[in-house]
Design a protein around this ligand. Structure first.
Ligand SMILES: [Zn+2]
Length: 292
């Protein structure tokens, strides 16, 4: 089944909700970057959150970058979403060894680290992008996105994320949700949501139990009456072009480019987000260098 994003609104008008099934996205990321399970889980959660946040912008041609830099062994984890929620991403060290809290429970927080920041860059097709950051809370990503939305965007929210890895290291299930309270929501609604969230199972458990997106949203909102919008299909999608990859070549600097020319052999440059390879001959590199 293709990945989907489902948006909903409580009929009382106080709660905005979005949920996603992202198994296909995370599995594609795993294949591209040959991530080990802990890296798959961390990158998968960042991709999942980024997709929902990108979709929620509702501005055509906009994009959203979610970057997590926690000082842990994974290094930087980054994802970029388009306006529909199609995402791409990478993790700096995709082959980190297994980190577990206990047997069978991946320790994403330790792999990401907690000594750093979560940064969101919203490119809303205006002159300057909007950039907001928050210090990491746990490195588990869901908590950190929750803190970001509350602190940096003053929007009381709750974000739950889950990536379940199968015994053969492929992605068995992945998904998440974000709930947001609209301004003026009465205390009774807040209390009801807090209680529901404190007693519901983790996203991973809900996914593993085979819950659908509407079921997951009903569960985390304590069965509130919800109005669902038309679900939208999302996927792992890269927008790389030869020109963009050329720009990363330029960033190598004159000296490096000259040494490629001196080598006299064509080079392959892989896009950092996907497995597309671009070939540059020494002649191509000479042209790039002369254009600097
Ligand atoms: Zn690409």
């Amino acid at each position: 089944m293709p990945d989907q994003i489902l948006r909903a609104m409580s009929t009382d008008g106080w709660v905005k909700a979005v949920a996603i099934s992202s198994r296909g996205i995370v599995e594609r990321a795993r294949q591209i970057h040959t991530t080990t399970p802990t890296a798959t889980a961390a990158l998968g959660r960042v991709l999942t959150a980024c997709s929902m946040l990108g979709n929620m912008q509702k501005i055509e041609e906009s994009s959203l970058t979610l970057q997590v830099k926690g000082g842990g062994p994974l290094g930087t984890v980054l994802a970029v979403s388009d306006a529909a929620g199609n995402v791409r991403g990478y993790v700096q060290n995709p082959h980190v060894s297994l980190l577990e809290k206990y047997a069978g429970k991946l320790d994403v927080g330790a792999a990401v680290g907690t000594n750093g920041m979560l940064t969101v860059i919203r490119d809303l097709q205006m002159k300057e992008p909007y950039v907001g950051s928050v210090e990491l809370v746990s490195g588990e990503i869901g908590d950190d996105v929750t803190a970001y939305l509350a602190q940096s965007e003053q929007c009381p929210s709750s974000c739950g994320l889950g990536v379940l890895i199968d015994t053969d290291c492929t992605v068995r299930a992945a998904g998440g949700f974000i709930l947001q309270l609209l301004p003026g929501a009465p205390d009774s609604v807040i209390t009801r949501l807090e209680q529901a969230l404190s007693t519901t199972d983790s996203v991973t458990k809900m996914l593993d139990a085979g819950m659908s997106l509407p079921e997951m949203l009903r569960k985390v909102t304590d069965g509130m009456e919800l109005e669902f919008f038309e679900p939208a299909e999302v996927s792992y999608k890269c927008y790389c072009t030869r020109e963009r990859v050329e720009a990363t070549l330029v960033s190598l600097g004159r000296k490096e480019l000259q040494s490629i020319i001196d080598e006299g052999k064509p080079i392959q440059v892989e896009c950092q987000f996907c497995d597309t390879e671009y070939k540059f001959t020494p002649e191509d590199v000479r042209r790039i260098l002369s254009g600097l």
